[in-house]
Design a protein around this ligand. Structure first.
Ligand code: SF4
Length: 405
C-alpha cells in the first residue's frame, strides 16, 4: 500500500516521558495476554496488589483493535512509568510494551487510496516540530508501518459508509477530488486558521448544493438552496450554538475531577447534549472570563503549532468517516472547525489560570495535547453522531462561532 506522508511535520523523541501521562493506554488481546501474564508485583513492590488492567466494555471496543486498557494512576500517569522510563521496556525490552506504545507517536490510517501517516500531537517532539521532517524519514516510517501491520493484523478501518452529508453518499474517488482544494487551503501559509476553516466549510456547502441540484435534475427530488450569504447572519451565538460549544468544550477539556478515567470512557451521546442544554449560562461565564485576552496578539509559534495540528488531522483523514466516528465529510470538517474555537478558548483559560494577561506557548501546548488525547479516546454513540450531523451539517454555525471566537 502506498504510504502518504504530510509535508511540514517533523518528529524526534525529546525523551521527556510526558507521553506516558494523562491518558489510558489501550491494549490488544495479544498485548493483554503478554503483559498481564507477568507478575509485576514481584518485580516492583509499588505494582503489588494494584488493579493494573481492565477489560473494555462491548461499546468501548467497537471499531477498535483493543480489548483491554491499563488503569492509570489517580495522577493520570501510566503505572509502568518510573523515573521517566517505561518499566516494561527496561525489564523486558521494547517488544513487550503495548503495541500502541511501540508505535507511538506514529499513526497510520488505512484508506482505499493508501495509508496516511502522521504523528500524535500528544508527543512533545511533534508539538515542537523537533528533528527531521517525516518526509525525510520515509524509509523509517515504512518499517514502523510494517510493525503496525504486524501488531494490528486485523484492524482495517471501514470506509464503505462514506457520506458527504448525513444522507448523501459519497464514493472514495468523489471524496478524493473534493479533498484536493481543502488540503491546499489547509497548507496555505497566508491564511489564518479561522479563514481556512471558514472557507473550507463554505466550499463543502457549495459542493453539497451542486450535488443536490444535479440530483434534482436527474430524479426530480428537491435539491437545496445554498444558504451562505457571505457573512454570518447573526453577530451573537444562538442557543444551539452554545449548547454544542459548551457540550464539546466540557467533553474535550474536562476539569481534573471530570476527566474520563480510562480508555473508552470518554463518550459523546445524546445525554451529553441534554446535560449541556441545561447549562447554556455557563457558556457566557466561560467567554466573559477569557474575553479580555486578545487572540490577535498570539505569537507565530502558537499559530504554527495550531496550523500543524489541524493540517495533520485533515491530511491523515482523522476527522470524518472511519477516521472519526463515521461522521459525514461535512459534519466531520465542521466539527474540526468548531474545535478551533474550543481550543482558542482553552488556550485563553490556561493563560488566565496563570494570572497572565498574555497567551504564551505553554498555554497552547497543554491545550493541544489535551485536545489530541480527547479526540483519540472519544467514542461517539449513534445518537451522538446523529446530533452532530444535525448541528454541524451546514456552515453558517461554523461561520458564526469562528468569527466570534
Ligand atoms: S506502557 Fe510504558 S511506554 Fe506505554 S504508556 Fe506506560 S510507561 Fe509509557
Amino acid at each position: 500500500m502506498e504510504l502518504n506522508i504530510p509535508e511540514g511535520i517533523n518528529y524526534e523523541c525529546t525523551g521527556c516521558g510526558k507521553c506516558c501521562s494523562g491518558w489510558s493506554v489501550p491494549l490488544t488481546q495479544e498485548d493483554y495476554e503478554r503483559i498481564a501474564s507477568i507478575d509485576w508485583g514481584a518485580l516492583s513492590p509499588d505494582l503489588k496488589d494494584k488493579k493494573l488492567f481492565r477489560a473494555l466494555k462491548t461499546h468501548e471496543k467497537l471499531n477498535t483493535p483493543y480489548t483491554h486498557a491499563i488503569n492509570p494512576e489517580s495522577t493520570g500517569q501510566c503505572p509502568f512509568l518510573k523515573n521517566n522510563l517505561c518499566f516494561i521496556h527496561s525489564q523486558f525490552g521494547a517488544s513487550v510494551k503495548p503495541a500502541i506504545c511501540q508505535l507511538f507517536p506514529y499513526s497510520f490510517n488505512e484508506t482505499p487510496e493508501g495509508v496516511f501517516a502522521t504523528v500524535s500531537f500528544i508527543s512533545r517532539g511533534a508539538i515542537f516540530n523537533a528533528g527531521r521532517s517525516l518526509i525525510e524519514q520515509r524509509e523509517y516510517l515504512k518499517t514502523k508501518y510494517a510493525e503496525f501491520q504486524k501488531l494490528f493484523p486485523n484492524h482495517h478501518p471501514n470506509w464503505s459508509q462514506l457520506k458527504l452529508s448525513s444522507n448523501v453518499p459519497l464514493s472514495w474517488s468523489e471524496y478524493s477530488e473534493i479533498e484536493k482544494p481543502l488540503l491546499a487551503l489547509m497548507k496555505d501559509p497566508a491564511k489564518s486558521i479561522e479563514d481556512k476553516f471558514m472557507e473550507g466549510s463554505r466550499y463543502l456547502d457549495s459542493v453539497l448544493h451542486e450535488r443536490l441540484t444535479k440530483q434534482e435534475k436527474v430524479d426530480g427530488r428537491p435539491g437545496c438552496k445554498s444558504t451562505y450569504v457571505g457573512k454570518p447572519k447573526q453577530t451573537y451565538l444562538n442557543r444551539w450554538d452554545k449548547i454544542l460549544f459548551l457540550t464539546l468544550y466540557k467533553k474535550y477539556f474536562p476539569m481534573d475531577k471530570q476527566r474520563a478515567k480510562g480508555y473508552g470512557q470518554l463518550n459523546l451521546n445524546a445525554a451529553s447534549f441534554i446535560k449541556g442544554s441545561f447549562n447554556t449560562s455557563q457558556y457566557d461565564k466561560l467567554i466573559v472570563a477569557a474575553d479580555d485576552l486578545a487572540w490577535s496578539g498570539v505569537d507565530d509559534q502558537v499559530k504554527d503549532l495550531i496550523n500543524r495540528f489541524f493540517y495533520s488531522h485533515v491530511f491523515a483523514k482523522l476527522y470524518f468517516g472511519a477516521g472519526f466516528g463515521q461522521l459525514s465529510l461535512i459534519a466531520g470538517f465542521n466539527h474540526l472547525a468548531l474545535t478551533v474555537a474550543l481550543l482558542k478558548l482553552k488556550v485563553r483559560q490556561n493563560a488566565k489560570c496563570r494570572l497572565q494577561s498574555k497567551i504564551n506557548l505553554d498555554d497552547a501546548v497543554s491545550a493541544v495535547v489535551q485536545l489530541e488525547k480527547s479526540l483519540g479516546e472519544l467514542r461517539i454513540s449513534p445518537y451522538g453522531a446523529a446530533i452532530l450531523e444535525l448541528l454541524l451539517g451546514r456552515q453558517q454555525r461554523i461561520e458564526r462561532i469562528l468569527s466570534l471566537s
